[in-house]
Ligand binder design. Structure first.
Ligand code: NAD
Ligand code: DAU
Length: 364
């Protein structure tokens, strides 16, 4: 079996769902259910005994030690993090606690567990750390895309905390020999994306008749990858990645923010036109820029393709259409996420509980 941390969040939940759809290997999912963790994302695993959900913090050494000892995973995949740049600007503390201190505690417990393994179990064990392209800083228009050897230049409290966690992972490999893999990925989009991030925010605001807030001049560039392609990359790296290596993951799909917003508006015009016949673009509103806003990210994912044969399956056109369709088909998920209703229910019913094959009861 494998351990996944942060498996009730956007990428972690997509990963757990895809993993159990494609393999029979059980997952212990450790997530402390912050505002971004939502058991409704895992509703389809309601009766699935292969999914064990544990509400817990990656900084809780005692909990981690006992879970590792009792379940004996062959791999630990660390998705758990505070992930939103704007929140890190308003309040960095949680980012330091989870992304740095939490990763450190997790590494310590994993090291202690791994040290006691022997033979094939020790040889085959992997710690896979899920990270971001933001650790590399910002690119100029003509600069080549980030490779794995690009120097670290994080610019926000979020990216600085992720950079620190990457360095800890690297150090545990070099110092203790812990078998680690690190993936640095570009911007994801797709189902279950919390509507504080650009693409889901634009979809839900557009449908609600609210302004579509574009920061600054809207010309900041990101590389966008459909979340299920990120999940397939992680599976491939876990399967065949070389111990101690770093792999960049990206969609070869750079676009300025304003173009992303225009594409979302055009899809909504087609799939759910405004009642007044006007274009959703009319809701675009340029607002004050994010402080320290990185201008451009671009990922060179050729190492992953060359060495492990991974390529994204979706183009931006196919992925964004699926995404908009998913949000149109799941208005209740959006309503409950926005109202925070899922959190009240979760804290009432799942405080300190371990849930086996029934995470989705939160959706009931
Ligand atoms: P998310 O915010 O949607 O989910 C994070 C999950 O981690 C939530 O379920 C939350 O409850 C959980 N969590 C937070 N603190 C925890 C703690 N202390 N202990 C246990 N669980 C905790 O984030 P996401 O977008 O799914 O990102 C997942 C990972 O991928 C993060 O490490 C992020 O840095 C990385 N990443 C994200 C993107 C992206 O575009 N979203 C791109 C590249 C890398
Ligand atoms: O690059 C990978 C990173 O992508 C991940 O590590 C982060 O966890 C993830 O949140 C994401 O970070 P970004 O800051 O790029 O994502 P966000 O969706 O917040 O913003 C995308 C771009 O859109 C960015 O240039 C800021 C801009 N933006 C964002 C919001 C929320 C707006 O113009 N308006 C908005 O309202």
């Amino acid at each position: 079996m494998i351990f996944v941390t942060g498996g009730a969040g956007f990428i972690g939940a997509n990963f757990v769902l895809d993993w159990l759809a494609q393999t029979n290997e059980p997952v212990v999912n450790i997530d402390n259910l912050t505002y971004a963790g939502n058991l409704e994302n895992l509703a389809s695993l309601n009766a699935d005994q292969r999914h064990v959900f544990v509400r817990g913090d990656i900084g809780d050494s005692g909990l981690l030690a006992s879970l590792l000892a009792s379940h004996q995973p062959r791999a630990v995949l660390n998705f758990a993090a505070e992930s939103h740049v704007d929140r890190s600007i308003h309040g960095p503390e949680d980012f330091i606690q989870t992304n740095i201190v939490g990763t450190f505690r997790l590494l310590e417990e994993v090291r202690s567990y791994w040290t006691r393994l022997d033979g094939e179990a020790k040889q085959g064990f992997r710690f896979l750390h899920v990270s971001t392209d933001e650790v590399y800083g910002s690119l100029g228009k003509q600069d080549p895309a980030f490779t794995e050897t690009h120097r670290y230049e994080p610019n926000s409290p979020y990216s600085a905390s992720k950079a620190a966690s990457d360095h800890l992972v690297r150090a545990y490999h070099h110092t203790y020999g812990l078998p680690v893999l690190t993936t640095n990925c570009s911007n994801n989009y797709g189902p279950y994306h919390f509507p504080e991030k650009l693409i889901p925010l634009m979809i839900v605001n557009a449908l609600a008749g609210k302004p579509l807030p574009v920061y600054g001049d809207g010309q900041q560039i990101r590389d966008w990858l459909y979340v299920k392609d990120h999940c397939s990359a992680i599976r491939r790296v876990l399967e065949a990645g070389k111990d101690g290596e770093v792999y960049n993951v990206g969609g070869w799909n750079e676009k300025p923010n304003i173009e992303i917003v225009n594409i979302v508006c055009a899809l909504l015009d087609e799939l759910q036109p405004r009642a007044d016949g006007k274009n959703y673009r009319e809701q675009i509103s340029y607002v004050k820029d994010r402080p320290g806003h990185d201008r451009r990210y671009a990922i060179d994912a050729s190492k992953l393709e060359r060495e492990l044969g991974w390529k994204p399956a979706e183009t931006f056109e196919t992925g964004i259409r699926k995404t908009v369709q998913w949000y149109l088909a799941n208005p209740q998920w959006v309503t409950r996420v926005q109202s925070g209703a899922y959190r009240e229910w979760t804290s009432k019913h799942y405080e300190h509980e371990t849930i086996q094959g029934s995470a989705a009861r939160a959706a009931a």
